[in-house]
Design a protein around this ligand. Structure first.
Ligand SMILES: C[S@@+](CC[C@H](N)C(=O)[O-])C[C@H]1O[C@@H](n2cnc3c(N)ncnc32)[C@H](O)[C@@H]1O
Length: 192
């Protein structure tokens, strides 16, 4: 399975029908993933964490298109299983998936981060990932605060790419270097 030049249509066809149907809402488009990983792994040997890796689309495209070490953390076990299966089919070895709540991870182990609006599911029930999803505004704000605090503790030059959302999780110590896709894709670097 060759992922370097794959299109969105071809990639989404690798998923079971239900996962494929969620792609437009929940999984990163191929071009976005390529742009994001180019920024996050500009310097060789970077270790990149996808916060809420879902069915692995960002991680798989990023691993196939960079020499970076990619880790995805995802709370839903079925999505982690699917991601690992695709990684093995694609024979990608610079890629690892952790099944956990992202709040339990030490962000200091990573150089850069990708964040596609993982907490939106607490405030928006469009294309629910499972039937237990419900609106929980408090949880949304708690998690945004939590990763904001973790980002704040990271060293100068740490890079983050955010896709969608209002970037409330990005502390003022980060500068927006550029933005693409009508402002939905934003590239951040810690300035102090
Ligand atoms: C919008 S999807 C993005 C998937 C993937 N990053 C991609 O771009 O293809 C967000 C994912 O974050 C996961 N998620 C949400 N809150 C999480 C948490 N606290 N810990 C781990 N994963 C979480 C959800 O289960 C969902 O799969």
């Amino acid at each position: 399975m060759e992922l370097k030049a794959i299109t969105d249509e071809e990639f989404d066809a690798l998923y079971p029908i239900k996962m494929k149907a969620l792609s437009g809402t929940h999984w990163t488009p191929v071009d976005v993933a390529k742009n994001a990983i180019a920024f996050l792994s500009e310097v060789e040997g970077k270790s990149v964490l996808d916060l809420g890796s879902g069915a692995g689309k960002f991680c798989l495209i990023a691993a196939a298109n960079s020499g970076a070490k990619i880790t995805g953390v995802e709370q839903r076990e079925n999505l982690v299983r699917l991601s690992r299966k695709l990684a093995s089919k694609a024979r990608l070895h610079n890629l690892d998936f952790i099944c956990d709540d992202l709040k339990n991870l030490d962000f200091g182990r990573f150089d850069s981060f990708y964040f596609f609006n993982a907490f939106e599911e607490n405030i928006n029930l469009k294309d629910k990932l499972d039937k237990d999803n419900s609106i929980n505004l408090e949880q949304f704000h708690t998690y945004i605060r939590l990763i904001r605090e973790k980002f704040e503790e990271l060293p100068k030059w740490t890079r983050i790419v955010t896709y969608c959302g209002d970037a409330a999780e990005i502390p003022e110590s980060y500068l927006m270097i550029k933005s693409n896709n009508k402002g939905k894709l934003r590239f951040w670097e810690k300035g102090r």
